[in-house]
Each structure stands twice: as structure tokens, then as C-alpha cells.
Write a protein that binds this ligand. Structure first.
Ligand code: COA
Length: 172
């Protein structure tokens, strides 16, 4: 398990655009994240520009020993009801299963609950994504419900699971 010092978050820089494009073009990652089509460079460029600017979305790079290995962040930040959707991916599968995801979410929770004063964070995960589902449970996320058989992939339907964590559920 890496120490907190080894896993850090930082804001996006222009140099990250190509790296994220390469990660998001990987078929396995696209399936886990629910991106149906291969993305074009232009689509990605527009998406990346928006992510750097939009106030309702805050995205960060995950650094492991100062190397960018993935992305994490908030979508749909709602400061009235004090909640936000979160997402995470580690781009290179060689870094999966080393505790980096757990540490990165704990860093994001500090920003959510201590800096942004959010009350609740939530996420969507497909039922075939056992690694992610188990990690979220381990960190204290609870299953709120699911959209049954709403995800179609390779000839089968899967559930889209909604999970959340309230700031008082478990201290970060
Ligand atoms: C999901 C993801 C962020 C998890 O991060 P990670 O660094 O790989 O996960 P961790 O090493 O922190 O694992 C945390 C827990 O997940 C569970 N886990 C890890 N690998 C697992 C596997 N192969 N099967 C089932 N559970 C697994 C375990 O409970 C583990 O805790 P433990 O090591 O104490 O047993 C990362 O694997 C990833 O980016 N995957 C591809 C993109 C993705 O699926 N994103 C989420 C979309 S909702």
C-alpha cells in the first residue's frame, strides 16, 4: 500500500491532454468507463478544454511518485445541496491493484469534505466492474440503488450501480 506522500492530486496542465487521450483510447478502459465509441482527437480536445474551465466539474491528475498515472474528480458539483458526482480511473493497468485508487479517493474526499464543504459524494459503477465496486465498498461507499440492465456490452446487459458516501459515514 503506497503512503499518502506517494499519491497526490494536482490540477490539469495543457501537457496532460495527449496522455489522457491515449488512456481514453484504450478499449478495456473505455469499457470500464462506459465510452461506447473510440474518441476523436477533436472531441477530446473540446472535452479537455471544457474540463479545465467548467466550474461544476473539477478534474485532477493522480500522481504516483510524481508520475501522472490517472485522473479523478468531481462532476455536477451542487453547492446548494452540497453534493457531487465523482469519478476515477488509473490509465495504465500496470498500476491497478496497488492501493493507488484507494489513496487517490481518500485525497479527493479530503477536498470534498474539508475544503469544499460537501455533504455527500456519489458515483456510478457497472456491475461487471468488481475491482472498482469492491474498492468503493472498502472505502465506505454504500449502494443506494441501481438501474437494472441499463448497460449493454458485448451481447449482455449489466446493472448501473449508484453508490454514495455521506461525510459522516466514515472519517477520511
Ligand atoms: C477502479 C480503480 C480506480 C481501483 O484502483 P486500484 O488502485 O486498482 O485499487 P486498489 O489497489 O486501491 O484496491 C482497493 C480494493 O479494491 C478491491 N480489489 C482490487 N483488485 C480487485 C480485483 N481484481 N477484484 C476484486 N476486488 C479488487 C480490493 O478490495 C482492494 O482492497 P485490498 O487491496 O485491501 O484487498 C482502478 O483499478 C482503475 O482505474 N480501473 C479502471 C477504470 C475504472 O474501472 N474506474 C472506475 C469506474 S466506476
Amino acid at each position: 500500500m503506497p503512503t499518502n506522500q506517494e499519491v497526490k492530486l494536482r490540477g490539469l496542465t495543457f501537457k496532460d491532454e495527449k496522455l489522457i487521450f491515449d488512456w481514453k483510447s484504450d478499449e478495456q478502459l473505455r469499457e470500464l468507463l462506459g465510452t461506447t465509441y473510440p474518441i476523436s482527437e477533436l472531441e477530446h480536445h473540446k472535452w479537455f478544454e471544457n474540463k479545465m474551465l467548467e466550474s461544476k466539474n473539477k478534474h485532477f491528475m493522480i500522481l504516483y511518485n510524481d508520475e501522472a498515472v490517472g485522473m479523478i474528480g468531481f462532476n455536477n458539483v451542487d453547492f446548494i445541496n452540497r453534493n457531487a458526482e465523482i469519478f476515477i480511473f488509473i490509465g495504465d493497468e500496470n498500476y491497478w491493484g496497488k492501493g493507488i485508487g484507494t489513496q487517490a479517493i481518500q485525497e479527493l474526499e479530503k477536498i470534498a469534505f474539508k475544503n469544499m464543504n460537501l455533504h455527500m459524494i456519489y458515483l456510478h459503477v457497472f456491475s461487471f466492474n468488481k475491482r472498482a465496486t469492491e474498492m468503493y465498498k472498502k472505502i465506505g461507499f454504500e449502494i443506494d440503488g441501481m438501474l437494472r440492465e441499463s448497460k449493454y456490452l458485448n451481447g449482455k446487459y449489466y446493472d448501473n450501480i449508484l453508490m454514495s458516501k455521506v461525510s459522516k459515514d466514515k472519517e477520511v
